[in-house]
Design a protein around this ligand. Structure first.
Ligand code: 17E
Ligand code: FE2
Length: 376
């Protein structure tokens, strides 16, 4: 995929690592409320809802910076973050908007106005998403599989596209994050953005149920997905952990059809989703670990797939995020350690972006120069 990757003095230079799906407002909140005993998406939403009330903007910023620092120290230079806007005080969004401005020289931080508790699962949800866009969020989010009824889910997809057109924003929907094969909001989202010609500005995140779909349905969908140019994000560790929970054996993996999407020339990337939150107890910002899990779970380890594997956490993520200029990272195979980046000063993020010394192999650092990636 036109990926700039050259070997140079024991280094491989490639498009910067991109984290296209991370909930920065949730990072390190796993201990804040009751534990998610069922390990399901739905209990995670409930636990977050119970515990999100008493956070200040400053506390939120502190955790957001902690999450960003962890990612950048491991080579990430672009993050798309879903920020919960189903909180009328907009604590998370205010914090994320401030951080976006503060880090703009070193990190492409994209914010999704994400209605974690639905647009129509309570009154006024859709208005909060619109307000989030007015405040400056880059993307419209939705969660149709969580709405109270299929029709409400469909209505939320229509609303998402309407808002994206009205405010000229990107779209990233938490779409069909369930094993339920009846959850087919991807089909509607794809059809609407195809008709509007904004497929390339649209992302379907998760689409777990598409991994459980009937082959004849998937066959037809692949052609339509290719036609619209829609992007896909799969979160391999998160999806395999949260899905399959109602299965005994055989037990589903919970991932969308990553390999098949890729084989069909549809843009697909991997992302982390969580770092120690009510949905997922682990996660440390290491996208190489996500990639490692992803290519195993998606069975993408032919010689050609391994040769192109880095694209799944670099270039493909940048394409998803509509970044036409991409920073560049460098991966070295040499051990250097340092402590100075680990103190909490945001100013040091600049150094982290340029030279991050990791206390382990491999080492990544990003250059300040950029190179152009596939556009349009
Ligand atoms: N919220 C959601 O709807 N799905 C997820 N996987 C996470 C938060 C982490
Ligand atoms: Fe998510």
């Amino acid at each position: 995929m036109g990926h700039c990757r050259i070997s140079w003095f024991q280094c491989t230079i490639f498009s910067a690592i991109s984290e296209s799906h991370l909930h920065l407002d949730y990072v390190f909140t796993a201990d804040m409320g009751e534990q998610n005993d069922s390990g399901t998406l739905f209990e995670g939403i409930q636990r977050w809802s119970e515990s999100k009330g008493n956070i200040t903007v400053e506390q939120m910023k502190e955790r957001i910076y902690k999450g960003i620092r962890k990612e950048m120290l491991q080579g990430v230079q672009a993050i798309r973050t879903h920020i919960d806007v189903t909180d009328p005080t907009f604590t998370g969004l205010k914090a994320a908007l401030e951080v976006r401005e503060e880090v703009k020289d070193i990190l492409d931080l994209q914010i999704v106005a994400f209605p974690q508790e639905g647009m129509y699962a309570y009154k006024g949800g859709a208005e909060l998403v619109e307000e989030g866009l007015k405040m400056g969020a880059d993307c419209v989010g939705a969660i149709p599989h969580f709405e109270l009824a299929r029709e409400f889910g469909e209505k939320s997809i229509h609303k998402t596209v309407e808002l994206a057109l009205k405010y000229d924003r990107l779209i990233d929907v938490h779409c069909d994050e369930t094993d339920d094969t009846q959850s087919r909001f991807l089909e509607l989202l794809n059809a609407l953005v195809l008709m509007e010609g904004i497929g390339m500005k649209t992302t379907a995140s998760h689409t777990c149920s598409f991994g459980s779909a009937d082959n004849s349905y998937a066959f037809r969908m692949m052609k339509l997905l290719k036609k619209s140019g829609i992007n896909f994000i799969s979160c391999p560790t998160e999806n395999i952990y949260l899905e399959g929970r109602q299965d005994t054996y055989p037990k589903r993996r919970g991932l969308t059809r990553v390999k098949e999407l890729n084989d069909n020339g549809i843009n697909v990337c991997f992302a982390q989703d969580s770092m120690s939150d009510p949905w997922y107890p682990l996660g440390n910002g290491n996208m190489m670990m996500i990639l490692d899990h992803g290519i195993h779970i998606a069975q993408m380890m032919s010689p050609e797939e391994i040769a192109n594997a880095l694209d799944l956490v670099t270039l493909n993520g940048a394409v998803t995020m509509n970044l036409m200029i991409c920073r560049t990272s460098c991966l070295r195979h040499r051990k250097i350690s340092s402590d100075f980046l680990w103190n909490g000063n945001p100013a040091l993020l600049w150094d982290a972006a340029r030279i991050s010394f990791l206390p382990m192999n491999p080492m990544y650092f990003g250059y300040t120069f950029t190179h152009r990636i596939k556009s349009g």
